[in-house]
Structure formats: structure tokens, C-alpha cells
Ligand binder design. Structure first.
Ligand SMILES: Nc1ncnc2c1ncn2[C@@H]1O[C@H](COP(=O)(O)OP(=O)(O)OP(=O)(O)O)[C@@H](O)[C@H]1O
Ligand SMILES: [Mg+2]
Length: 615
């Protein structure tokens, strides 16, 4: 007797739900996408944080006609496409006709809706395994969907849910991504007890971003756009001194859909070029608008991934747009940030993933919710800091009886706007040094503070880069040649890279099946262990299979080298050398950050000081 049987639709839906409905945030995504597709201009979401399984999404969209109400919950039932060909022109968020079928197979759903053409709407109650209950509903045009008891009939699935905080974090994150893609839509997110996000309709993603991250100011984002006949790339780049170890603040939107795309992420990294190390990532929002036939969105059940028809061209466009956005920052002289959220101090080498976090979301009590939601943990002081105004005077707690002291300086600095000027005019004079780390300068009438280690890193990096480009890296011959042994499988690859290595200052001869003699190393590596440096290179170019001379590989080496060779804390630097260092720094193409993205200097202008002293 045969053993194969067709599965009942309820089971098929539950299985499909495994892909589409991973957690409460997936439900939120699907419901909000449906509201967007229904042409809503206002979408309100309420999530019950004490009982995470309840999610309510209400919209003022077209509503669902009484005749369609049951169909909407059938698998493969959709109003959005009717032929395979339609897939190539789809601009709606949904088209698979499976979201509601999946959700309603693993939860209890109440739908209240009224179609624009109706005077009386419909209410539908669906519980898996029970017959649907339909009744009239007297309410406004639009749709409200309440999902309760998520995964009540698939306990295994429930077990995979993370803590309430984590799930809340996903909910906020999901709505935020949707809100970033649709700035003109008004969004509210609340718990039964309080508002979390309340976003007005905005004309551009730029204004929406400023709403979502209240501690960001206009000076923190560079805005750039490239356009063609039927495409557009918009880039919003966060100040490059706010890098992170992960890509959490890199967002890609294609035709407003938030997606992950390794190729385009790489384009962002390459757009940063030598300005940042490859293992740190700058906050970037990239919005791509393309004709729908240039991409395939039907490659992933939740549509998080897409396939691009002209991937190479888009890669170059994104890379160029990011590069040009960086150039906007390259022209600015940093002065203390106006934002309380992120001091200009991310140290991207620490291995932590929290550096440079963006501030909490706007809301009645963003601090608490953000903490509950686990957003940006690890920067508590940042989230708790009140947002100071952009103006200096009137700092909280200041009274004439208690004159400000310099321990308040960080607060003052945070209140200052970032200057948009190019190198300000004025003579540069080193006047002192501080804590074995900082060089104090007067710059015309301004005061500047330079971190001489990072400044030196930038200088070394540019120097070495120039030498490589000019084909003449200064090298030193080793008095006692060193033997470099590698696994046999690696040796052959290395053999094909000897010429490239020589261009960057390493001269090696093969002396055996697995051994090489190192005759010289780059001058910048004097005193360093040649084998360690070569191992570093081998690591980053995967056993020398990848050309060492690829510009990103060289950048990595340069960054390590320039960091090693730079003056260290407490290396004494006299003021004359200090001045020379700053002049040389200002000659480099990107003087205000080191290659790892840390700032090299801070400037306090005469006007800022006058303002502070009430002159
Ligand atoms: N909020 C809403 N307002 C109006 N119509 C809706 C709403 N939500 C769902 N619908 C209707 O129900 C249908 C089914 O929704 P469902 O989300 O299951 O599928 P889809 O959006 O077509 O495709 P996908 O599975 O890719 O999301 C939609 O095609 C739409 O016609
Ligand atoms: Mg849908």
C-alpha cells in the first residue's frame, strides 16, 4: 500500500508559517506591509508587552470587501498579482498570498474591516480548528487586525521565542525599518500602557531618520544622490567617526523594501575606501529606486533578499555614491559633536559591537522602552543623557553662584554644532601637551586638540599609500635574513605573489618546498617581526590565494602598519614636532579621521568660547 498522502491545508499553512512567521516581529512586518499595500496613510500598531502574542495593526487603507474577507486568509489568495508576468512589475510589498494564511494557522485572529465601497463592514474571528465567525461591523473604512496567542498550537515554535525584551527589540526594529522606507506614512507604535514611537508624515527619508534618532542632528548626516533616467541612488551617511563592528546601522532599501544584500554591503565598504578599516562599518542608509523588472523579489519567503539584474552596475553606483558622500565629510573640520548620544570616541579595535550606537528611539519613554527592548545596550549613559539644545547657554543646573568649571567641558562640547568649514584660516601654534596623548594648539583664534597617535596614523597611512602608488616603497634590508615557513598548500600561492609583495616592501626568495627567505621589509615595519607581518597579510588575503595587491588588502596592511608605527601615548613629542605633525596631517586627503575612523582632532572656536563665557 502506498504511503504518500496529500497534507491537509491547515498543516500546509502551519508548515509555510515556519518560514514566514518566525516571531512576533514577522507578524508585525506582514500586517504593516498589507496596510501599506492597501494605500493607508496612517498605520497604528499596538503590541502587548506583557503578553507578547498580541499584536494589533490598524490602518485607514482601502479595507477588505465582505466577499473577500475569507479569501484573504486562504493560501495563495492575493489581490496583487494574477499572472507570473505580473511578478516582474510588482511594486507592492506582498504578492505571494500566504502571509494571512500562515499567520492565522498559528494564532487566533480578529479582523475588522470596511471596504471603501461598503457602508457596513465585516468582523471575522478565526481560530485554527474552529469554524470562522463572521458578523457585521460598524466602523470606519480601513482594516484592523488583531493577532493573539501566537504559536499557541505549535508549542515547539513558542520555545524558540527569546526573552520578552528581545522580542520587543525585534518589534521596534521591524517597524523602524518599515518607517524608514515609507517616510510619508504616519506610524504609531504603542503598548497598551504607553506610546513608543509616534511618527508624523515626512517628505523624505532624511527627515524621518532625524525623527527616529532624535539625538542626530543635520550635521551628523551627509546626504547625496545620483540619478539616471529610470534609477536613483540616495545615500545618507552617518559621520565616519561613529563606526561599528557590525552592519547594524547599514540599511539598504530597494524600491522602499528593506533588504540584506552582501554585494551592496561590499559596495558600501568599498565606497569608504581607505578612509576606514575593512572591519568597521559606518552608518549608511542607501535607498535605491529601480524599475521593478530590474529585480527579482521572489527569491526569499520573507522577501528580505532580492536578486538584481544589473548587479555590477548597481554595485558601482552605490560604491560611487558612498564615496562621494564621504567626500562631503572629508571637507569638514570636526568640532565637538552636537549630539549627546555618541561621543567622538568609538574605538573600533576593541572587538565590542556596541561602539557608535545610535541613540534610543523617540517616544514617551524611549529610555525605558529601549532598555526593555534591549536596544543599544552597553551605552547606558548615552541613552540616559538628556538631549541638550543645540545652543550653548542655559546648560542645565548652571547658576551664577556656581560658575561652570572645566569638569563641565564635555557637556559644553556636546552642545556645539559641527562646523561645516574647510580648514579654517589662521596660524597654527602648538602651545602644550596633555596627558601624554593630546597636543594643544591655537589655530588663529580657535583652540584645537589633536590626538597625536591617530594623527600620526593618518600621516603614515597616506605616506605609505603614496609610496606604493609611486612604486617605490622604502624598504630596509634585514641584516640577518629571516626564514618564513608556510604550509605546503600555501607555499605555491605565495610563490605567485612575490612580485606583489615586493611592491609593498617585502622581498622574499623561495628556498624550499615550504620555506622562504625574507630579505627586506617595508621601512615602516622596522623593528617589527617580519614573520608576524607576513602572517597578518596571509590571513587577510586567505592564504595568498587572493592577490595581495588588491587595494582593499593593501589598505588593511597599511592600516596595521601605520598604526604600529605611529607615536604612542607618552612618546614625548616636542611642540615643534607637534606643529609639523599637524601641518603634515592637514596636507593629507582625509585629515580629520585616522584610517580606523577615529577622529584626529577637535576644535573649539572663538565664537563658541565667547558664547560660553556670555560675551
Ligand atoms: N490591511 C489590509 N487592507 C486591505 N486588504 C488587505 C489587508 N490585508 C490583507 N489584505 C488583502 O488580503 C490579501 C491577502 O493578504 P496576504 O498578506 O496573505 O497576501 P499578499 O499580501 O497578497 O501576499 P504576501 O503573502 O506576499 O504578503 C491581500 O492580497 C489583500 O488583498
Ligand atoms: Mg501581505
Amino acid at each position: 500500500m502506498g504511503i504518500i498522502r496529500e497534507l491537509p491545508p491547515s498543516l500546509v499553512n502551519q508548515i509555510a508559517a515556519g518560514e514566514v512567521v518566525e516571531r512576533p516581529a514577522s507578524v508585525l512586518k506582514e500586517l504593516v506591509e498589507n496596510s501599506l499595500d492597501a494605500g493607508a496613510s496612517r498605520i497604528s500598531v499596538v503590541v502587548d508587552t506583557t503578553e507578547i502574542g498580541r499584536i494589533e495593526v490598524r490602518d485607514n487603507g482601502s479595507g477588505i470587501h465582505k466577499d473577500d474577507v475569507l479569501l484573504a486568509f486562504l493560501r495563495h489568495a492575493t489581490s496583487k498579482i494574477s499572472s507570473y508576468g505580473d511578478l516582474s512589475s510588482v511594486l507592492s510589498m506582498g504578492f505571494r498570498g500566504e502571509a494571512l494564511a500562515s499567520i492565522s494557522s498559528v494564532s487566533k485572529v480578529t479582523l475588522e474591516t470596511r471596504h471603501v465601497s461598503e457602508t457596513v463592514g465585516t468582523r471575522l474571528l478565526l481560530v485554527p480548528g474552529e469554524s470562522p465567525e463572521i458578523s457585521d461591523w460598524h466602523g470606519p473604512v480601513g482594516t484592523s487586525l488583531v493577532v493573539r496567542d501566537l504559536f499557541f498550537n505549535v508549542p515547539v515554535r513558542k520555545k524558540y521565542l527569546k526573552s520578552q525584551q528581545t522580542e520587543q527589540g525585534h518589534l521596534v526594529e521591524t517597524l523602524t525599518r518599515l518607517a524608514m522606507g515609507f517616510p510619508e506614512i504616519q506610524f504609531d507604535l504603542a503598548t497598551p500602557a504607553r506610546k513608543i514611537l509616534s511618527l508624523e508624515s515626512r517628505e523624505s527619508p532624511y527627515l524621518r531618520l532625524l525623527d527616529l534618532y532624535p539625538a542626530l542632528s543635520e550635521e551628523d548626516l551627509a546626504v547625496h544622490e545620483l540619478r539616471g533616467d529610470d534609477w536613483r541612488v540616495q545615500v545618507y551617511l552617518l559621520r565616519p567617526d561613529r563606526v561599528r563592528k557590525d552592519r547594524q546601522y547599514q540599511h539598504l532599501f530597494i524600491n522602499r523594501r528593506w533588504i540584506r544584500h552582501p554585494g551592496l554591503f561590499e559596495a558600501i565598504t568599498q565606497g569608504a575606501g581607505g578612509r576606514l578599516s575593512r572591519d568597521v562599518h559606518v552608518g549608511t542608509w542607501v535607498y535605491l529606486d529601480l524599475p521593478p523588472e530590474k529585480l527579482d523579489v521572489n527569491v526569499h519567503p520573507t522577501k528580505r533578499e532580492v536578486r538584481l539584474l544589473e548587479g555590477d552596475r548597481l554595485f558601482s553606483l552605490v560604491r560611487r555614491a558612498v564615496d562621494e558622500s564621504f567626500a562631503l565629510f572629508d571637507e569638514r573640520v570636526p568640532s565637538p559633536t552636537s549630539s549627546p548620544a555618541v561621543p567622538p570616541s568609538p574605538v573600533p579595535l576593541s572587538g565590542s559591537t556596541e561602539e557608535g550606537s545610535l541613540p534610543a528611539f523617540r517616544g514617551d519613554n524611549p529610555v525605558t522602552f529601549a532598555r526593555e527592548a534591549g536596544i543599544g545596550q552597553g551605552h547606558p549613559s548615552l541613552r540616559e543623557a538628556p538631549r541638550p539644545g543645540r545652543k550653548l547657554p542655559g546648560l542645565p543646573g548652571w547658576t551664577p553662584e556656581r560658575p561652570p568649571s572645566f569638569d563641565r567641558l564635555p557637556e559644553i562640547l556636546k552642545g556645539l554644532p559641527l562646523s561645516g568649514r574647510m580648514h579654517p584660516p589662521g596660524e597654527i601654534r602648538a602651545v602644550g601637551q596633555l596627558a601624554g596623548t593630546y597636543l594643544l594648539l591655537t589655530w588663529g583664534e580657535d583652540l584645537a586638540i589633536v590626538d597625536w597617535h591617530t594623527a600620526h596614523e593618518r600621516i603614515n597611512y597616506e605616506r605609505y599609500r603614496r609610496q606604493i602608488d609611486a612604486d617605490g616603497v622604502t624598504r630596509i634590508a634585514l641584516l640577518f635574513p629571516v626564514v618564513y615557513r608556510v604550509p605546503l598548500t600555501v607555499a605555491d600561492h605565495l610563490d605567485t605573489r612575490l612580485e606583489e609583495l615586493s611592491r609593498i616592501g617585502f622581498d622574499l626568495d623561495r628556498t624550499g618546498p615550504d620555506s622562504f627567505r625574507v630579505r627586506s621589509i617595508p621601512f615602516l615595519l622596522e623593528g617589527e617581526d617580519p614573520v608576524t607581518a607576513l602572517e597578518g597579510l596571509r590571513d587577510s588575503s586567505s592564504n595568498f590565494e587572493v592577490p595581495v595587491l588588491r587595494s582593499d588588502r593593501i589598505d588593511e596592511l597599511l592600516m596595521t602598519v601605520s598604526c604600529h608605527r605611529s607615536v604612542r601615548k607618552n612618546d614625548l613629542l616636542d611642540l615643534v614636532d607637534g606643529e609639523r605633525l599637524v601641518r603634515e596631517l592637514l596636507e593629507t586627503p582625509h585629515p580629520y579621521t585616522c584610517p580606523h575612523g577615529r577622529p584626529t582632532m577637535l576644535r573649539l572656536s572663538r565664537e563658541d568660547l565667547d558664547q560660553w563665557f556670555g560675551r
